[in-house]
Design a protein around this ligand. Sequence first.
Ligand SMILES: Nc1ncnc2c1ncn2[C@@H]1O[C@H](COP(=O)(O)OP(=O)(O)OP(=O)(O)O)[C@@H](O)[C@H]1O
Ligand SMILES: [Mg+2]
Length: 479
Amino acid sequence: MSSRSEASAISSSRTRPSSAALAGSLDDGSGLGLTVLKTRFVLICVALAVLSIAASARLSWPGTLMAVVVAAIAGWVTSAAISRTLREQIEATNRIAEGDLRARAPTFAPAELGRLGRALNHLAERQAAQIGALTSNRNELGAVLDSVADGLLATDSSDQIAHLNPEAARMFDAPRDAVGRPFWEVVRDVTVSDLMNQVKNDGRPAEGALVLAHVSPRRDLEVRISPKGDPATGWGGAVLIFRDVTRLHRLEAVRRDFVANVSHEMKTPLTSIQGYVETLQSGALEDPEVAKEFLEKIDRNSKNLGYLVSDLLVLSRVEAGGIQVEAEPFGAFTVVSEATAMCADKAREKGLSLHVSPGPRDALVRGDRDLLVRALVNLLDNAIQYTKSGGKIDVGLAKHDSRAEVTVKDTGIGIPPNELERVFERFYRVDKARSRALGGTGLGLAIVKHVAERHGGSIRVVSEEGKGSAFTLSLPLAS
Ligand SMILES: Nc1ncnc2c1ncn2[C@@H]1O[C@H](COP(=O)(O)OP(=O)(O)OP(=O)(O)O)[C@@H](O)[C@H]1O
Ligand SMILES: [Mg+2]
């Protein structure tokens, strides 16, 4: 809708009944009024002329007649001009009253008529300016409401929808013609209906929570309903604001789980340490054999606690974005050689053959070298831990399109297909008891995943139970 037609829509919707009445009265009365005015004017002119002639009594009859005729013509012409000006001013007034704010009344007319025309034109100009300002305010407000991330719905005094923004329409899958429908036809929720009744009764805003039943996965919303205008002067409708809190709820659940997991993981070694210490205090210390064994157990458990704290610190640092990107890109092979050098002894001790294929030297990556080495060590650590003695571990580096890919392949126990997705979750282990017994925290692969993502890369796995696994760390090449 153009701003002009909008302006006329605003103006005509507010003034239509009175303008019709006004137009009618002006049209009906004007014809008769002007005719009478015209006739009277001519007659007065003629009478004056005759009177002046009679008074002077010096003119001959033909002269008198000429004077009368001239006076009558002059009177008629003047009255016709006034009558036309008035008619045009009435027409302009009618058009302005009906919303055509471009209509202008004639101003080239004598005295009061000219002033009347100018006053009418001034009125039309001011009204056009005010309606223009109102329209632009309304459009601006509409744009603001439409861009709000929350769902917003306003109802009128009869609980019909007066406005709903695109987000509210999306949330409730509202039909295109939702405006004008009863709000409960669109928001089919008992909580919202109850809250609405409460707001109507109390005249105060109310808040509540609801679940969108028709969408999957589940979405949690919070709603706040405020009465429109002054409730003391009667129900004028309400404004409903819907906020999607699904993400917030999910994050809260993740945080709760995390705290529970960390507490649980810490409790296990702590309880062991406390148990051994108490046993030693109550006499076991006297037996050197037992004391030695218990001290070793205390040592192992405290080391496990240390690994856990260290892994948690790394994870929180990576998650918080605290990575130290080196100024210059470096060869991915340096990461491979550093990590394999760190794990070589452990692999040999377990009777595993570790084979490293030299990759391309020009596969340059950018990022935090220490973290990348740590991620690769985690993958190698797993390969060593979950491969029986006599097995084989292959480490390879390759360049694929714009990525450097490091693969750690083992001939170990493998991972069941239904667990493959979950091994990257924090604290997830396929065999909890076994992993814990080996000092595992269940955070190793979660760290790898976060390190990869912080570097714009990814981690993937293919595995077959009983045959082995291959983890591939993929990193973008430095441009
Ligand atoms: N190469 C592998 N072969 C078989 N299973 C593996 C392999 N790598 C990981 N897994 C499985 O995935 C789980 C999660 O691995 P992750 O490295 O995160 O934890 P972890 O090894 O148990 O402990 P840590 O945090 O000390 O590394 C392991 O418990 C194990 O069940
Ligand atoms: Mg591990």
